[in-house]
Design a protein around this ligand. Structure first.
Ligand code: KG4
Ligand code: ZN
Length: 363
């Protein structure tokens, strides 16, 4: 199978070619700089950019993969959840292409794509996590690296999906068999990173920058609350943490202008978010008797989250699989890998009148 996949659910236009479990190429055109000016994603602008970049990104992906358009045998695109018109731009283009060529089209759930992304690995494995923390336009993967789906190693697991829009804890019982255990009751983890960064005067999206500043900060100087960390359920809540940072800063005007204090606040905020995520994920794995933990989504770029998950899992005797740094944020490689696996396992392609589903739940 030579599958062409698209991802346009939010502010990344991405295409990938996946063939027999190998990611032959993936290209991401990020709109971050454009939206930064407005302090958040502007849906109208996102759609315009997707429409503008989709075909050049697809062409570039095919070129990099060394395949021509007529060798493509299947098509996939994110069908939800996400911004309605952004989803439509990618899914409708994919559908039109599939229709003209008489190819199967499979719409993919965005979070399900994140959920299985930790099973896409570098071959041979890489030693360093040096790329973690940042995302850039272009190929999220160095051209000499081979990325492939590692379904042979698949094991039931507890999976943490942490992005700008969602925070979910999922029990993955088997391949393509999962149930949501819990999620955020208010803000997502990425949203909390972005909103607290904004309070600190950092540009959007603040998550990566806050992470970078926190590396030189002291997490014990300013300690922030860990909402719901000690509650014995699988839900999260991050809006209280954001409010507590706001109140903290209001009481200390000018604090964020002091570079070291800023770094310490960043470290304190990051520690609060990471501690909550790690504690609840590991606790769920233990409770359900699962030996493997996985994590994916944009916040999985976070250096402290990667480190803390690794040490907590080592302590508890759990194996950890993190999405590769270049595949944590939105990309079409994860869409293509999942779509190919589903088609190979007999999942029916989409009916021609199927529409995008902006509010699609994971179950
Ligand atoms: O998965 P993603 O690309 O898009 C959604 O589906 O939402 O995630 C984007 C989110 C943003 O909130 C961004 O601030 C956050 O991931 N993020 C980070 C880091 N890199 C990206 N948050 C904390 N630390 C990072 N290094
Ligand atoms: Zn995402």
């Amino acid at each position: 199978m030579v599958l062409l996949a698209f991802e346009t659910s939010c502010d990344e236009t991405s295409a990938a070619v996946v063939a027999d479990g190998v990611v032959r190429s993936v290209v991401v055109s990020s709109q971050i700089r454009l939206h930064a000016e407005y302090g958040g994603v502007v849906p109208e602008l996102a759609t315009r950019e997707h429409l503008r970049h989709l075909l050049p990104v697809a062409r570039q992906t095919l070129e990099k993969a060394g395949v021509t358009i007529d060798t493509v045998t299947a098509v996939a695109a994110t069908r939800g959840p996400g911004l309605p018109a952004a989803l439509m731009s990618g899914y409708t283009a994919a559908r039109a292409f599939a229709f003209v060529r008489g190819l199967p089209l499979l719409g993919i759930h965005h979070h399900e794509a994140h959920l299985y992304s930790p099973w896409i690995t570098f071959d041979p494995p890489r030693r360093s996590d040096a790329e973690a923390g940042d995302r850039e336009s272009g190929s999220p993967v160095a051209s000499e690296a081979v990325l492939r789906a590692d379904w042979e190693s698949f094991e039931p697991n507890i999976s943490l999906i942490v992005s700008g829009g969602h925070t979910l804890l999922v029990q993955v019982r088997g391949e393509l068999d999962h149930r949501v255990l819990g999620g955020t009751l208010d803000d997502a983890a990425g949203e909390c990173f972005d909103k607290t960064s904004k309070l600190l005067g950092l540009p959007y999206p603040g998550g990566p920058l806050l992470d970078r500043l926190a590396e030189e900060g002291r997490p014990e100087v300013f300690v922030f609350p860990r909402p719901m960390r000690n509650e014995l359920n699988d839900d999260f809540s991050f809006s209280g943490l954001k409010t507590s940072v706001r109140t903290f800063l209001e009481k200390r005007p000018g604090l964020a202008d002091d570079p070291q204090a800023l770094r310490d606040v960043c470290a304190g905020v990051r520690a609060a978010i990471v501690d909550t995520l790690v504690t609840k994920t590991v606790r769920a794995a233990r409770r359900l008797g699962l030996g493997v933990v996985t994590a994916s989504g944009g916040v999985t770029c976070n250096r402290a989250l990667r480190r803390e998950l690794a040490s907590a899992c080592a302590r508890e005797g759990l194996r950890l699989r993190l999405a590769a740094p270049g595949l944590c944020t939105d990309n079409a490689a994860m869409v293509g890998v999942l779509a190919e696996r589903k088609l190979a396992r007999g999942v029916m392609p989409d009916a021609p009148d199927l529409e995008v589903q902006p509010g699609w739940g994971l179950e």
